[in-house]
Design a protein around this ligand. Structure first.
Ligand SMILES: *Cc1c(COP(=O)(O)O)cnc(C)c1O
Length: 217
């Protein structure tokens, strides 16, 4: 689907929700996509992209940055502590702060580097065993812990279970953010970004709806 169609759908969802379109950031998730598709979206003027692997992002975005100004990169995949520095050098936001060890590492590196990307805390709203993220019961304490480390926590992020109604998870995430005084909500993907916007998403992560299916190999 052309980028402009997605932008139109975002704007329409904002209008229905009584929200300003500029309050919702469309993150174009470019993981695994061929360079030509990414360049086409850059050529249409879009500048906010999401990647889920540091290594893949590091191999791709420094090249694009030589040609295009003002690119903002959001890291939306699980982050190992030994890749934290590379992630912080590359990305303007990290959506997957999910454990104390990573918080401590990022805090130490931020001191060292004198800068830190915006951070979202990933919440495992479905309490799924295989999924990363802080459990809902631990969110308040972890937000406090991250703030005590002076980390720039801007919001919460979730990936709802595939077989459940996403709205329930979006509403839960919004509630947890509000009670912690956090305004950022990273939620909503290709299949459900409109309902995420209705429930307050500030950052939607849309891949296949913009770029087409992620082709393997
Ligand atoms: C891949 C990915 C997306 C985008 O998924 P689509 O269904 O292609 O829009 C969003 N968020 C995360 C964390 C992802 O890994």
């Amino acid at each position: 689907m052309p980028l402009s169609d997605i932008q139109d759908r975002v704007a329409a969802a904002c209008t229905r929700a009584g929200r300003a379109p500029q309050d919702v950031t469309l993150i174009a998730v470019s993981k695994v996509q061929p360079d030509a598709r990414v360049a086409a979206v850059l050529d249409q003027g879009h500048r906010v992209f999401g990647e889920n692997k540091v290594q893949e992002a590091a191999g791709k975005w420094p090249r694009f940055r030589e040609t295009y100004d003002g690119i903002a990169l959001h890291l939306i995949g699980p982050l190992q502590t030994n890749k934290a520095r590379a992630a912080m050098e590359l990305a303007q936001a990290i959506h997957t702060l999910d454990r104390p060890k990573l918080a401590n590492t990022i805090a130490r590196l931020a001191q060292d580097m004198g800068a830190c990307p915006d951070l979202f805390i990933q919440v495992n709203t479905g309490e799924e065993e295989q999924k990363a993220g802080v459990l809902p019961a631990d969110v308040d304490a972890f937000v406090a812990e991250a703030r005590a480390l002076d980390l720039p926590v801007v919001g919460l992020m979730c990936i709802p279970p595939v077989d459940e109604e996403p709205s329930l998870h979006f509403a839960l995430l919004a509630k947890m953010a509000a009670r912690n005084g956090l305004t950022g909500l990273s939620m909503g993907m290709s299949a459900d970004f409109e309902s995420a916007i209705a429930l307050g998403a500030t950052h939607i992560r849309v891949g296949s709806a913009i770029f087409g299916d992620r082709v393997a190999g």
